[in-house]
Design a protein around this ligand. Structure first.
Ligand code: 5AD
Ligand code: SF4
Length: 472
């Protein structure tokens, strides 16, 4: 839906009159990202599209001429947070525009997609609303907004946004990035009964093999050493092989592994049902496929898994993890969990605790069930009380946190490859990324960003590890 709504802007001065003030200095954009890694990726592509339009990204909202909220709709609180942020931004807009400065407000992401016009109706300060499939048109939407027309552009665009976004490695003034996301598929056809993704992000669409190989090569030419393949349901990716056959994510990983200069591959987020044999073989054969897998199970109770329409049992998940661990023993698991899904009893919850104890997670994300209007889960009977959800979440998180610490502690004294990503706070210190996705601080004066060096882990902090260079 593309809507143009005449301006109800609360600013004292029409936005069009303010452009001149802003064009004297470089325009700046502040992007606030909510939610998943797909949104982190989308934010960086929006920053690229805006850079081509003359915007520089800033970490300081006070100096921004455009504040863009890239929103998440997965839980109720996430959408509430957006509306309260927009209320604060409206006040900020009044102050800034009174000073004659350009200050625009944009909403992107899944709340934008789901609420569309409702956002401009509820929040008079918002200038543009763009969906996950239309953000490549952000510069045009801003242009129209400057001439006094508020824009809601949440179409499922006919054209492919990826064809209309600038090359991320060719943005002037951007520092070298060594780790990058590459979206391989979007949307989801799984329809888990708690989840809004199939509604907000739409049906599953895979990008073509040739498009992905081209983009991956461009990223590597631009200095990228580690690529994380992204998708709401990434391991459902499928494409056409050059011989006309069908390829899956495993085949794609083998293809990408041939790119000279690329050192590491990852992918996220996967559904257990789509972990096929070829993908498991890729974990066996490709050393550059990092030994870390985000594989959400959501619950350990078969009854609840059925009600969630997950279409696998707890035992299937455990057997799958065992198969993957057999071929790649150093693999670490990460997961997502929901507590308090409608009908979840104490016994069901104990099944989840038992599953977590059995698997042992290096990292995990756990949430209280949040009923989303329009999803089948919201209409189920026997909703669990907030108190019980809180209690269960606390117990689950205590266990998961302990497992996370145990895993980090088990690395002390171990030697591992570290991909050097960015300068640290102290001179000579560099922050690198371990195979298991942790940040590691190391004094590595002789090395450069983008190098992979051997380090020995000496200590663990609350959010990162410390290491020393192992001289070869
Ligand atoms: N309530 C709580 N958590 C949810 N998730 C998705 N939908 C909901 C919901 N309605 C969680 C799932 C998913 C992660 C991205 O968010 O665990 O894997
Ligand atoms: Fe949502 Fe389930 Fe699809 Fe994941 S697999 S995006 S939880 S519907």
């Amino acid at each position: 839906m593309t809507q143009e709504i005449s301006s109800l802007s609360p600013s004292a001065e029409p936005v069009s009159a303010m452009v001149e003030h802003a064009s004297a200095a470089q325009k700046k954009v502040f992007i606030k990202t909510y939610g998943c890694q797909m949104n982190v990726y989308d934010s960086s592509r929006m920053a690229d599209a805006l850079a081509a339009d003359g915007y520089q990204q800033t970490e300081d909202m006070e100096e921004a001429n455009l504040v863009l909220l890239n929103t998440c709709h997965i839980r109720e609180k996430a959408a509430d947070k957006v509306y309260s942020a927009l209320g604060r931004l409206r006040e900020m807009k009044k102050t800034r525009t009174a000073k004659g400065e350009e200050f625009m407000i944009g909403v992107a992401g899944c709340v934008a997609q789901a609420e569309g016009e409702e956002i401009v109706r509820r929040e008079p300060g918002v200038d543009v609303v763009v969906g996950p499939q239309t953000y490549h048109r952000l510069p045009q939407a801003l242009k129209r907004a400057r001439s006094g027309t508020r824009v809601v552009d949440t179409d499922y665009a006919v054209e492919d946004k990826f064809e209309h976004l600038p090359d991320p490695t060719k943005i002037a003034g951007k520092r070298r990035v060594v780790t990058a996301f590459l979206t391989v598929q979007e949307g989801c056809d799984k329809f888990c009964t708690f989840c809004v993704v199939p509604y907000t992000r739409g049906a599953e669409v895979s990008r073509s093999l040739s498009q992905l190989l081209d983009e991956a090569k461009r990223l590597v030419d631009g200095g990228v050493r580690e690529i994380t393949l992204l998708g709401q349901n990434v391991n459902a990716w499928h494409g056409k092989a050059p011989d006309g056959g069908t390829m899956g994510l495993g085949d794609l990983l083998y293809k990408l592994a041939e790119i000279p200069g690329l050192a590491r591959l990852r992918y996220t987020t996967s559904h257990p049902r789509d972990m096929d044999d070829r993908l498991i073989e890729a974990h066996r054969d490709l050393r550059m496929l990092m030994p870390y897998l985000h594989l959400p199970v959501q619950s350990g109770s078969d009854r609840i898994l059925k009600a969630m329409n997950r279409r696998h049992k707890a035992a299937d998940y455990i057997a799958l993890v065992e198969r993957i661990r057999q071929v790649r023993p150093d693999i670490a698991l990460s997961g997502d969990f929901i507590v308090g899904f409608p009908g979840e009893t104490d016994e069901d919850f104990e099944d989840t605790i038992r599953l977590v104890e059995h698997i042992g997670y290096a990292q995990a994300f756990s949430f209280k069930y949040s009923p989303r209007p329009g999803t089948p889960g919201a209409d189920l009977p026997d909703h669990v009380s907030e108190d019980v959800k809180t209690e269960r979440l606390a117990r689950l998180q205590e266990l998961l946190l302990k497992q996370q610490h145990d895993f980090a502690r088990s690395l002390i004294g171990q030697t591992m490859d570290l991909l050097l990503e960015k300068p640290g706070r102290m001179p000579g210190q560099i922050i690198g990324r371990s195979p298991w996705l942790q940040s590691v601080n190391v004094d590595a004066k002789a090395s450069q960003i983008g190098d992979i060096i051997q380090v020995r882990i000496t200590d663990i902090g609350p959010n990162s590890l410390f290491g020393e260079v192992v001289e070869s």
